[in-house]
Ligand binder design. Structure first.
Ligand code: F6R
Length: 244
């Protein structure tokens, strides 16, 4: 695991963009795994700026998002479909047909899992962007999820719903289920780029980097992946041994 500690979120986003840009420069047909949440927003802004200023093209890029809420429509203001369009896709030249986001708004959720998994197994993600939950979840793979899991439906933990409450009017409005890539799908990516900032993530980062590999700490499996770059701000890195 390569760990880059930056002084703040702006620097973190710049470093993350450098990693992603290298992948795009080497392969204009790259397959990108993308995350929602606050951690990658600066990275997405850097991608938009770069597209505007340097014409980096996404015409041949394919994307796969990690997850989506269940029970809210695609066009709901808090759906991950809406998030990705508002934060990135509307501002780059990606083809709509190259965007893949699991569907949480369908009646047959099991079929939605099978379909997404099928798409994932027919490709290999070149770089998977990840955030991390304060309980060390990746995607919506909560503590206790099997390392062998593929795309599946999850019941969101109270902590995750509370963390996400800030985006909804009330806790009751936060969906209780999501569809997510499994840990096995995430581990299949060629490269992983995990971003975290703020004190709230410090313990999860410590557990991920220095703790035992355990299904109770989903992100700890990344210790077994041979191409992981973790970009942190000082606060998120503050409990790591080498930072003391
Ligand atoms: C989002 C996702 C989640 C988030 C995590 C951190 O697609 O899969 O695992 O990455 O909850 O969220 P933020 O970045 O908002 O702290």
């Amino acid at each position: 695991m390569k760990i880059i500690v930056t002084k703040d979120y702006q620097e973190l986003s710049k470093e993350a963009f450098k990693v992603l840009k290298t992948v795009l420069d080497n392969n204009p047909q790259a397959v990108l795994g993308l995350a929602t949440g606050s951690s990658p927003i600066g990275l997405y802004q850097a991608m938009i700026e770069d597209h505007k200023n340097h014409q980096t093209s996404y015409q041949d890029v394919v994307t796969f998002n990690l997850d989506e809420y269940v029970g809210i429509s695609k066009d709901h203001s808090q759906s991950y479909y809406t998030f990705m369009h508002e934060k990135l896709f509307n501002f780059i030249d990606i083809k709509p047909e190259n965007i893949n986001i699991p569907s949480g708004a369908t009646k047959d959720l099991q079929q939605a899992c099978i379909d997404y998994n099928e798409k994932l197994s027919n490709t290999q993600i070149d770089i998977q962007v990840l955030g991390i939950g304060s309980n060390a979840h990746i995607g919506f793979n909560e503590p206790g999820t099997s390392f062998e899991s593929e795309t599946h439906i999850v019941e969101l933990k109270e902590k995750t719903r509370l963390d996400n409450q800030r985006f909804f009017d009330s806790l009751d409005d936060v969906p209780s289920k999501a569809i997510t890539m499994g840990i096995k799908n995430i581990m299949h990516a060629k490269q992983i780029l995990l971003l975290a900032y703020g004190k709230n993530k410090a313990q999860a980062i410590k557990d991920m980097v220095e703790g035992a590999i355990s299904e109770d700490v989903p992100a700890s499996i990344l210790q077994k992946h041979d191409n992981v770059i973790v970009v942190l701000d000082e606060e998120a890195a503050s409990l790591l041994k080498h930072e003391k």
